[in-house]
Design a protein around this ligand. Sequence first.
Ligand SMILES: [Zn+2]
Ligand SMILES: [Zn+2]
Length: 302
Amino acid sequence: MRVMSCNAPTILLASLLAGPALAQMSQPILGENATKISDHVWAIMGWPNVAIIVGERATLIVDTGLGPLNGATVAKVAAKLSPNQKLFLTTTHFHPEHAGGEPGFPPNTILIRDAVQQKEMEAHGMEMIEMFSSRSTQNKELLANVKLRPPDVLFDSEAQVDLGGVRARLLWFGGAHTRGDELTLVEPDGTLVSGDVVQNKVVPNIYGDGGTPSSWLAVLDKIAALNVRHVLPDHSAPGDGSLVTAERAFIADVRTRALELKSKGVSAEEAAKQLNPEFRQKYADWPSMNLTAFVRSVYAEH
Ligand SMILES: [Zn+2]
Ligand SMILES: [Zn+2]
């Protein structure tokens, strides 16, 4: 696989760091406890939350943790939940805490991801690993010598994995947090592993040239049609299907208010300054509310 490198503008780093994920970034080591989300889905809750989907014959893991040490922990927890199973691995998006732990998995693990995500990985994967490595000695150690391997299976919009009594649908619905955001629907459970696309009281964040507010809304419309019962986000607490509606309503709300201000000639920076206190009051139970980056994304699109 050819990995290209290019320079990341500082603004990308700033927008990546925005949001509550920042608070958890000081602790990138995943634990070995698994929490049950639904009949066939377990999660290691951490940075990020990692899903382990257990069928009768095979296990599918969604996301790796930061670097091979965490990848090995995830594989170990999966082996405890389902010994001697065939192992599938997929990733919600190409960022290093989601995909950079792949080398820690057993070599016969079958790696699957959507083609758009793989393209982003080839263009920006190593650059992101270097960026994360530069943030702390611990990150640098965790990501040392990480080589990104090409997936065994690439898909365009959907791949289905039969785990034995459990069918998982791997879906690409379009760009949101990144262009290649992947969603995993565990069919018998009605459980969606939602990555950054559906979160629980977290301001959405479009990374670099990822999606747009409109493409994010279009993705959420497709998710709504799945009528999921459980949602496991990657950087916030799990919840029920109402998280999908809440995510859509929040994005639509920010977009509407930002466009109202834009039509009055208010700058993006000034609009965010006005909307932050307004939304802090309106969404009072959200742990943090900084709309600057997302308002910029709304302005950029219109
Ligand atoms: Zn990310
Ligand atoms: Zn993340």
